[in-house]
Structure formats: C-alpha cells, structure tokens
Ligand binder design. Structure first.
Ligand SMILES: NC(=O)C1=CN([C@@H]2O[C@H](COP(=O)(O)OP(=O)(O)OC[C@H]3O[C@@H](n4cnc5c(N)ncnc54)[C@H](O)[C@@H]3O)[C@@H](O)[C@H]2O)C=CC1
Ligand SMILES: O=C(O)C(=O)Cc1ccc(O)cc1
Length: 295
C-alpha cells in the first residue's frame, strides 16, 4: 500500500459519485485516513450514517470542510456557486479543492471567485456513472477502467494536481488532461447530446396517441429500450448540465440535426449508398469502443 493521500477527505454530496469515491477510499485504505461528508437533506445524511461509508456525517457544509486537506464537490453543477459561497471562507490554506462535475467551464466560473488564499483548485470529471442517484447508488468499482478528465488551470498547483491524479488512479481510472473548453465540447458530443436525444425520444413516444403509446411500451425491445436507461437519469443533475454547457451542447445539437435531416432525406429519396455509409460508420464506432474496452 502506498502513502495515504489525505488526512481528512471531505465529500460534499454523497450521491452516486460522492458515495462511490467514499466507498472506494474506504475499501482501499490508502486514499484517506478520515472521510467526512454532508448532504443537503436530513434523510440523505441519516441514510449515509446507516450505510456507514463515511467516518463523519456533518450537519452543515461549514462543519464538513473544517480541517479537510481535500474537498471534493459532488453536487449538481447548478449549485456550485451557492455551495462555494458557504464553504469558501472555511477552506484551510493549502487545502485541495476538486470536483466531479460534468461541465468544466461553468465550474471554473462558479468556483474561482470563492477561492481563499492558498486553496488549490483542481477541476476534474470522472467519465463514469449510471442512471441511478442518491446515497444507495454508489459502489467502489464505479471508476475502474474508466477515464477521468482533469482540466488544470494556468495556475493549478502541480503538487495538488499530482494528488488528485493519484486519487483517480487509485480508483482505477485512466487520466487525461485538457482545457475546460475542449472538455465541454467533447462531453457535449459523447454524453450531453446522447442524453438530450434519449430524453427527447421518450417525450416523443409519450406524445403519441394512447393506443400507439401502449404498443411502444409493449414492443420497446426493438431499440427504444436502450434509450430509456439513460432517460431515467436524475432531473436536477441533467437540467443543470444542459443549462451550464449551453454553447457546446447547442453546437453539437445543430450538427446532429443537420446530419439527421440528411439521413432522412436519403431515406425519402431512396439513396441506398448514403444510408449504407451512415450505417457502416455506426458499426465502425461501436467496434472501436469494444477494442478500447469502453463499450
Ligand atoms: N451521475 C453520473 O453518472 C455522473 C455525475 N457526475 C457529476 O457528479 C455530480 C454528482 O452527481 P451524482 O452523484 O450523480 O448526483 P446524486 O444526485 O446522486 O448526488 C448529488 C448529491 O448532491 C447533494 N446536493 C444536491 N443539491 C445540493 C445543494 N444545494 N447543497 C448541498 N448539497 C446538494 C445531494 O444531497 C446529493 O448527496 C454532478 O455534478 C454530476 O454532473 C459526473 C460523472 C457521472
Ligand atoms: O449512465 C451513463 O450512460 C452515463 O452517461 C453516465 C455519465 C453521466 C454523466 C457524466 O458526466 C458522465 C457519465
């Protein structure tokens, strides 16, 4: 076992991601000596106490971050500014502040103004998750074999970056670094647009007349079902992601809409070759994911 990375690791928001980090740290023993957390609702705090994946469940944000040498924000990206306003004054100089948020430009925008002297900020995003949320949803292996994207800033402290990197490596992740704007474009394509499409296809099906809707549910195994898994994801989290990655998401949506119309046009005019080319590209991408063990 390597050196223990943190004396007191504070996880703000012990849901799917925060709860998985805590469980992973617990299971390994070399990430933190003490794990402290806090959640917004009394019910969640009580549930975390029952589940027992943290050493301390604090009643308030200020109390949770007190004396922590690493704080990980695992809350919806829409509440970062509010949470930072509350914890900012209580972060100790030297403390590492990192996060798991799905957008990065908005996170930098909302966190930076609240950083006190000596607080070392390292924005990060584990590219791993499920459609489930809350304290019961997490598990220690969630990040194994998955990428974690870190988006260091010009002034990010190399020592802090190294520790955050080590935490994700111990969680079993592969690390990539990029700037926040590039991150936001990449995830708009691979994560945010697919979720937007999944939510939309479910609404479209739901808008159908009563009789047809019944048939959709009955015969869902024909393709629709795979969309419903991601469409079951948390509403607060995805509303916040869409609103906080607006430009990149709208750009990818525009490109997608154009391409979808082009395929529709090929269907209308019987352009078999165009259709075959699109289908072949889909198969190629799927094979690539399987080869990279990301399928
Ligand atoms: N769910 C997923 O698959 C992934 C989520 N993320 C990101 O990780 C973060 C957490 O997501 P999940 O763990 O899935 O969510 P979750 O819903 O399972 O947990 C969210 C946690 O945030 C707390 N919270 C919510 N509003 C709060 C507020 N106003 N003040 C204080 N605490 C508050 C809740 O008590 C809960 O513990 C989000 O930023 C999300 O975008 C990143 C990668 C994957
Ligand atoms: O469940 C799925 O398929 C996901 O896409 C999980 C996910 C959700 C949000 C992220 O920022 C990263 C990963």
């Amino acid at each position: 076992m390597g050196d223990v990375l943190f004396e007191r690791l504070c996880i703000i928001g012990p849901g799917l991601i925060g709860g998985s980090i805590a469980r992973m740290a617990r299971a390994r023993g070399d990430v933190a000596r003490h794990i402290v957390t806090t959640a917004k609702s009394q019910a969640s705090r009580d549930r975390v106490r029952e589940l027992g994946f943290a050493d301390t469940v604090a009643e308030t944000l200020a109390e949770a971050v007190q004396g922590a040498d690493c704080v990980v924000l695992c809350v919806p990206v829409g509440v970062y500014a509010k949470v930072m306003e509350e914890i900012g004054p209580h972060l100790a100089p030297g403390c590492i502040l990192t996060d798991a948020g799905s957008t990065k430009s908005s996170v930098v925008r909302d966190v930076r103004p609240h950083l006190g002297p000596g607080v070392r900020f390292v924005p990060a995003h584990p590219m791993a998750g499920t459609e489930h949320s809350g304290p019961d949803a997490g598990f220690p292996e969630l990040f194994q074999g998955r990428y974690c994207i870190i988006t260091p800033l010009e002034d990010t402290d190399p020592g802090a970056l190294g520790k955050v990197r080590a935490m994700w490596e111990r969680a079993g992740s592969m690390i990539e670094t990029m700037d926040p704007a590039t991150h936001d474009k990449v995830v708009a394509m691979v994560s945010h647009l697919p979720h937007l499409i999944a939510f939309t296809i479910c609404s479209t099906a739901d808008d159908l007349a009563e009789e047809t809707r019944e048939a959709v549910l009955k015969f869902a195994a024909s393709g629709f079902r795979d969309f419903t898994r991601i469409a079951a994801s948390d509403i607060d989290m995805w509303r916040d992601i869409f609103l906080n990655n607006r430009e990149a998401l709208l750009e990818m949506l525009a490109r997608f809409s154009e391409d979808a119309h082009a395929l529709g046009r090929a269907v209308r005019y019987g352009q078999a070759e165009f259709i075959e080319d699109r289908l072949a590209r889909g198969r190629k991408i799927r094979r690539g994911l399987i080869e990279r063990k990301q399928a």
